[in-house]
Write a protein that binds this ligand. Structure first.
Ligand SMILES: [Zn+2]
Length: 81
């Protein structure tokens, strides 16, 4: 074991030399790894933006479907009579 400083929070923690040699042991926890990755890539922010866009699009699609079904009913009735 050797003490290294976490790359995200700078807190010293004990990492295994074998892990450091494998390219691991840079962060004291998984959440610190995620924090550092997020600040570098912005992956999580992009994911949230995409999810918000999908949610705001849902009610619009639903009301459009209702509009079409009402219109179809009216036209069919008119054609039959
Ligand atoms: Zn940390």
């Amino acid at each position: 074991m050797t003490v290294v400083a976490c790359r995200a929070c700078r807190k010293p923690f004990a990492a295994r030399v074998a892990d450091i040699n494998r390219g691991w042991g840079k962060f004291c926890s998984k959440s610190c790894k995620a924090t550092e990755q997020e600040s570098r890539t912005g992956q999580h922010r992009t994911h949230l933006q995409r999810r918000n866009a999908e949610t705001s699009g849902e009610p619009e699609g639903f009301s459009t479907a209702q509009f079409f079904s009402n219109e179809a009913d009216g036209e069919n009735t008119g054609d039959v009579f």
